[in-house]
Write a protein that binds this ligand. Structure first.
Ligand code: ASP
Length: 338
């Protein structure tokens, strides 16, 4: 069962002119687990969303915060079915709760950028979704979770965050979900947007954005989940000297309808992978080039999306249409490729 608790005193409930002046924005936190919830005492001892929000003194001066437990797992255990259910839940909340200013999702950092990008493509609302996590567990010295969650709520509560899609808040920085990448194994500044830079920063309880909001049609998701059938299998093929066609063949045999190449340099597969890729294309498998470099634009591929995000875009595009020209157009349009 999902638990839902109102934290702090909602001044919305106080009648009269004072209430109108002092009502706080309402922010809904959806907790999914990850290091931000970890206490080091095993899966069962993870903190809940209520406990995370309860550990933020003064947050009631920023927003009226409520929380809901969605899952409580390491982010390596998040599934594609979880993504669909989470995006559906967020769409439902924005549709049925006009009082909400924004939503915060707490998540393990390992796959956080993937969940954030999936939400960016499938949530239809001008209200912000802010995904956050922590590099240090809840009871560590210098735990970063409380500050990240606090700043995520600050951002979700701000009118400045509207019409920008899904964002990621880590270590004072606000990143666009499509741009951000985890780039370090342990440091608290592990997240960066290597090509486009951060979208903004939180300072003294205010988000400041460096670029104007760019979602003119924010009410309309790029992909409407209510019209999409089952997601096809899409795999990532890593390129390295000596890589051959064995994994490619196995992926195609397992039913892959799309392959993203984490290619060397500017998206290049190595020559020993060519027979497998040719055979895949002959079977109508959509092959999309990306780069293993961690930064830069692959022309004709999925732009500056990293392979794990290009895979999400290709999966959604192939769920929408099997027409290859339409898939290519969707990828070009949504990745900003050429
Ligand atoms: N293993 C953790 C996870 O992704 C790492 C983290 O949250 O930082 O759930």
């Amino acid at each position: 069962m999902r638990s839902r608790a109102l934290i702090g005193l909602s001044l919305l409930t106080i009648a009269g002119p004072l209430a109108a002046q002092t009502a706080k924005p309402v922010v809904h936190v959806i907790a999914t687990g990850g290091t931000i919830s970890n206490t080091g005492a095993g899966d069962a001892a993870r903190k809940t969303g209520d406990q995370l929000v309860g550990g933020l003194p003064g947050i009631e001066n920023i927003a009226t915060v409520e929380s809901e437990q969605f899952t409580n797992v390491a982010s390596g255990s998040i599934t594609v079915a979880n993504w669909r259910a989470l995006a559906t839940r967020i769409n439902e909340l924005f549709r049925t709760r006009p009082d909400l200013t924004g939503i915060v999702v707490t998540h393990g950092t390992d796959t956080l950028e993937e969940t954030a990008y999936f939400l960016d493509l499938t949530v239809g609302s001008c209200h912000p979704v802010i995904v956050t996590g922590a590099m240090r567990q809840a009871n560590a010295i210098g735990a970063d979770g409380p500050a990240n969650l606090y700043d995520a709520i600050v951002t979700a509560a701000s009118p400045r965050a509207a019409s920008r899609g899904t964002m990621v808040l880590m270590n004072d920085d606000v990143f666009a979900a499509r741009d951000v990448q985890k780039m370090h194994t342990t440091r608290t500044d592990a997240f960066a947007s290597p090509v486009r830079g951060a979208l903004g920063s939180v300072a003294t309880n205010q988000p400041v954005f460096f670029r104007p909001a760019d979602r003119a049609e924010c009410e309309k998701p790029a992909f409407d989940l209510t019209t999409l059938g089952e997601f096809p299998r899409v795999d990532i093929v890593y390129s390295y000297i000596g890589a051959d066609s064995v994994p490619i063949q196995a992926m195609v045999d397992a039913g892959a309808k799309g392959l993203v190449i984490a290619g060397a340099g500017n998206g290049a597969a190595v020559s020993t992978q060519s027979p497998g890729l040719r055979a895949a294309r002959n079977k109508n498998v959509y092959v999309l080039s990306e780069s293993r470099t961690g930064s830069g634009i692959v022309g004709g591929g999925a732009g500056d999306l990293n392979p794990q995000k290009a895979r999400i875009l290709l999966m959604l595009a192939l769920a929408k249409t099997t027409d290859r020209t339409e898939v290519a157009a969707l990828i070009r349009q949504l990745s900003g490729s050429y």
